[in-house]
Design a protein around this ligand. Structure first.
Ligand SMILES: Nc1ncnc2c1ncn2[C@@H]1O[C@H](COP(=O)(O)OP(=O)(O)OP(=O)(O)O)[C@@H](O)[C@H]1O
Ligand SMILES: [Mg+2]
Length: 477
């Protein structure tokens, strides 16, 4: 729920709950009051008021069955007087608006007022006389002589103002206390949902501004605050990633610069040497000159290839090269690869063979061009590190339930166990004294980058003097 909505809902709830609980408290209070003080003054009072109303009404009804003259009968007047006294009420008999009998003395104004008010209002209502409330009942008579007669019964309503005042104070007091408590509850809930998480967010933001990006920002609080936490956490992760990438980029550059300068130095030095030889006239015959130039050219081509490798590795490492994946039939793809390298291998008197152990045709998602680079680097190694006259390389295609496994096996010099884990590292050469020093040590590092770009895996098994097996796994489609 949005915070604004929640804020209004909780405040409305606080008011409603305060009102509801106050009402409940008042009911309980009255009940307890009634229990402690017997049947309760208020209840007695109500009962009494009811009795009085009924009483004067009965007298009125009885009087209405009689003639007006009978009311003036001495005996009836005594009876009437006793009756009303018992009810703590009064009776007044009028003839032509003149008082002819009264159980109590009222002043003239009240008498006049009572006559006017009782004729305008229905029975049983109350009227105010001399600042006091009265319930009344009135019976009207029309005499044969044309005169009018009235019997007016009046009973004072006595209210226990003390109790009502007490209930009033109690209600106001309870409401104030409950309302304060509810407000405290609303404030507390909001401080838990907003203020505390915001304070923690502030600390996290201060840490980030100081460069500490390791503190995870927990999602807490509610509504917008929770969203803010999430956004800040995403921001922190992105910032961390970009700093990591920047650092990696810097490291890479430093590493590549130092490696380039080291690895390029040898061929460049020999290029300088051969060209210097020509300039200085060391190559005297045209044949010698050609030989020097040809060597310088070969070295320059090598330098060029090394620079290409470096650039490719660097781009792969920074994920700057997009892949163009397509569905490819594994067997036909490797048949093409073998055909591509056949000439080169034949020239070096090496055999290259493809063995298909797949149960049926297997499709994989690969970027044809980039994956060709993987195969080429591995086949180049196999050819370069073969020391036997009957050098042979076999590509074996296998499968598991989910994976296609490509094994490229040679019978070359092999790699010592201790060096095996490093051959996929950049610029690593297992045996620089024996191996072809012309390599940059990037071939397998590039292969690993590309295979991982295909969400596959690459690893090696090797036995010294027996040969090496490079294995690649790719997800089947
Ligand atoms: N088939 C193999 N047989 C024996 N050793 C190998 C084989 N393949 C790789 N190695 C070892 O692993 C090292 C790393 O190979 P990688 O292809 O990365 O570099 P490189 O061949 O030295 O240079 P580059 O391929 O860049 O020209 C090699 O120097 C070599 O010592
Ligand atoms: Mg290589």
């Amino acid at each position: 729920m949005h915070l604004t909505k929640r804020f209004f809902t909780m405040n409305a709830l606080a008011v409603l709950l305060s009102v509801g609980l106050t009402a409940l408290a008042v009911i309980i209070f009255v009940a307890v009051y009634a229990k402690i003080f017997g049947h309760g003054a208020d209840i007695d009072e109500l009962k009494h008021a009811f009795e009085v109303r009924t009483g004067i009404n009965e007298i009125k009804m009885n009087a209405q069955t009689m003639k007006f003259e009978q009311l003036l009968d001495k005996k009836y007047k005594e009876e009437l007087s006793a009756h009303v006294r018992a009810l703590d009420a009064n009776a007044v008999i009028f003839k032509n608006r003149e008082v002819v009998y009264s159980t109590r003395k009222f002043n003239d104004i009240d008498i006049e007022k009572s006559l006017v008010l009782s004729s305008n209002m229905p029975d049983q209502d109350t009227m105010e006389l001399d600042g006091k409330s009265y319930v009344f009942a009135r019976a009207d008579y029309k005499l044969e002589s044309g005169d009018t007669g009235v019997l007016l019964l009046l009973a004072q309503v006595k209210l226990k103002t003390d109790l009502y005042m007490l209930i009033g104070y109690f209600t106001i007091g309870v409401f104030i206390v409950l309302f304060l408590l509810m407000n405290f509850w609303v404030s507390y809930t909001f401080s838990q949902a907003i203020i505390l998480p915001v304070a923690r967010l502030k600390n996290a933001a201060v840490k980030i501004s100081e460069g500490d990006l390791n503190g995870e920002i927990a999602e807490e609080g509610e509504g917008e605050v929770r969203e803010l936490c999430r956004t800040l956490e995403i921001m922190r992760i992105k910032l961390k990633e970009s700093i990591y990438l920047q650092q990696k980029y810097d490291d890479n550059r430093t590493f590549l610069v130092s490696s380039i300068s080291h690895d390029l130095k040898t061929p460049v030095t020999s290029i300088i040497g051969y060209i210097g030889g020509i300039i200085d006239g060391v190559a005297k015959t045209p044949e010698k000159m050609d030989e020097y130039l040809e060597t310088a050219r070969t070295k320059a081509i090598l330098v060029n290839a090394m620079i290409d490798d470096l650039l490719l590795y660097s781009k792969l490492d920074l994920n700057h090269l997009p892949y163009h994946f397509e569905k490819v039939d594994l067997e036909s793809y490797f048949e093409d690869c073998v055909a591509d390298h056949k000439y080169e291998y034949d020239k070096a008197s090496l055999s290259l063979e493809l063995v298909n152990e797949l149960n049926e045709s297997v499709l994989v998602l690969i970027d044809r061009e980039r994956f060709r680079r993987v195969v080429q680097n591995i086949l180049d190694n196999a050819a370069a590190y073969v020391d036997k006259p009957n050098g042979m390389v076999v590509i074996i295609l296998r499968e598991t339930k989910k994976w296609a496994i490509i094994e490229i096996k040679d019978n070359g010099i092999g790699i010592p166990e201790s060096k095996l884990p490093h051959i996929f590292d950049r610029f690593y050469r297992a045996d620089s004294s024996r191996s072809n020093t012309e390599g940059s040590g990037l071939g397998l590092a590039i292969a690993k980058q590309i295979v991982e770009g295909h969400e596959g895996d690459i690893w090696a098994r090797s036995i010294v003097d027996e040969g090496t097996r490079i294995m690649i796994s790719l997800k089947k489609m």
